[in-house]
Design a protein around this ligand. Structure first.
Ligand SMILES: [Zn+2]
Length: 429
């Protein structure tokens, strides 16, 4: 018997304490099998409520035909692309509550619709079942929804799907850019693995080696399916790895195993850059573009560490630069000052702490350079994505926004990365 989701199955077994968290059942089926499954929900006394959009409904008509009925379904227009706005989640939750007794939400879609559905399901207090139409994000098993709230990307709590219906005939027929986006998002796990351990070394942040290794291993495995096969053949392995990543985030209680500086860059661009309609602002594609920038910069930081480059300026200068960041905010970044204030609130970097961190970096620079070996894997992944044609879908980020994102990444998210090492060593001041 083939086991298309062997990594998620193994990971789930390896997790000794799920506790009150939810590890979704991942059911391997087909579109026709999924239709039979949702029909059986009615037999079990549930009234399924369907969320889809025009595109995702067309990707799985079997399930949509089974469930679409006035008052118990909401099929959004697919063009322009649905935005992950909290207002849409609130409207969905209102519609579910109006729909009647014993509802259960069934979402047929990829990242945006799943995030909206998971959030609405928690508000309406109903179970949710996800039928992914693309292996594009790690939302399917995560306990957070990526939504736009008050003009910025945020991740409120949500209800984790009780089950994820993986229909190979649907997943493998997903648009190229969505499969590529998922593989790009997986490549970010390699960067996240570096930054998480570097943070534990320098700041003492708790680090879960097993979770970090699982996520990086699954990402490499999915990318290997692309390198040694085709984009279609990598679709199910990508979903498998994305499920591991989503569950890992749940277990850690944060996105640390899955996202680091590259995600912060991508989230800024998502909000700040006015995209040409011919370009796509899909999460995983923006993350891929950000990884290109991050890999290049991390290479130079790693080179400086490996040659034993001395810190520039005094610890006092660094602490003063940190304390005076508000005076340096350029006009383009002023809409994000509130977000940066919020992130800075939990952090202090005085002179003593800078000195302590510089010492920790000097003592452990060999290990940090060793960790940067994962940049080779990230570059191999980018090569495979390039050969599969990801460049045709990536947006052109204006230079000013590349520079702004790098300059302000430390303030936009309080998540330690090699950008912090660079700053604390005085190599940017
Ligand atoms: Zn992501």
């Amino acid at each position: 018997m083939s086991r298309p989701h062997r990594l998620y199955a193994r990971f789930r077994r390896s997790v000794r304490r799920i506790g009150r968290r939810t590890a979704p059942d991942l059911i391997d089926t087909s579109a026709a099998g999924a239709a039979r499954f949702v029909r059986s929900l009615r037999g079990a006394g549930y009234c399924p409520f369907l969320l889809a959009d025009d595109h995702t409904a067309a990707a799985c008509p079997e399930v949509v035909d089974e469930l679409s009925a006035p008052g118990s379904s909401w099929i959004l227009p697919g063009t322009p692309r649905v935005v992950p706005a909290i207002e849409t989640s609130r409207e969905l939750s209102r519609r579910i509550e109006a729909a009647g007794t014993t509802p259960m939400l069934v979402v047929v879609g990829a990242g945006t619709l799943t995030d909206i559905a998971k959030h609405a399901a928690l508000s309406a207090d109903v179970p949710v079942i996800a039928l992914p139409t693309a292996p594009s994000v790690d939302a399917y098993a995560s306990a957070r929804s990526a939504l736009r709230i008050d003009g910025y990307h945020r991740t409120p709590s949500c209800r984790v799907p009780a089950a994820v219906l993986s229909c190979a005939d649907v997943i493998e027929a997903a648009p190229d850019e969505l499969i590529l986006a998922g593989l790009g998002d997986l490549t970010a796990k390699l960067i996240a693995r570096i930054d998480w351990e570097v943070s534990s070394i320098v700041t003492g942040e708790p680090f879960d080696r097993a979770q970090a290794d699982w996520c990086a291993f699954c990402a490499r495995s999915a990318v290997a399916s692309l390198r040694h096969g085709t984009l279609r053949s990598a679709a199910i392995p990508a979903l498998d790895a994305l499920m591991v990543s989503g569950l890992s985030m749940q277990l850690i209680g944060a996105s640390r195993p899955a996202a680091s500086a590259e995600h912060t860059l991508a989230h800024l661009w998502e909000i700040a850059v006015p995209f040409d309609p011919s370009q796509t602002d899909l999460h995983g594609l923006l993350v891929t573009t950000a990884i290109r920038t991050v890999v290049e910069r991390y290479r130079s930081i790693c080179a400086a560490l490996s040659t034993g480059k001395a810190p520039s300026g005094s610890a006092h200068d660094i602490a003063a630069a940190e304390a005076g960041w508000r005076d340096r905010v350029p006009v383009e970044m002023s809409p994000f000052t509130g977000k940066m204030e919020e992130e800075s609130a939990g952090r202090s970097l005085g002179e003593t702490e800078v000195t302590r961190r510089r010492d920790a970096i000097a003592v452990n620079r060999g290990r940090i350079v060793e960790l940067c070996g994962a940049l080779d894997d990230a570059e191999r992944a980018l090569d495979a994505l390039d050969r599969a044609g990801i460049g045709a879908y990536e947006a052109q980020i204006p230079d000013v926004w590349v520079t702004r994102a790098i300059d302000w990444v430390r303030y936009l998210r309080n998540r330690y990365s090699l950008f912090d090492v660079e700053f604390e060593m005085g190599w940017t001041v």
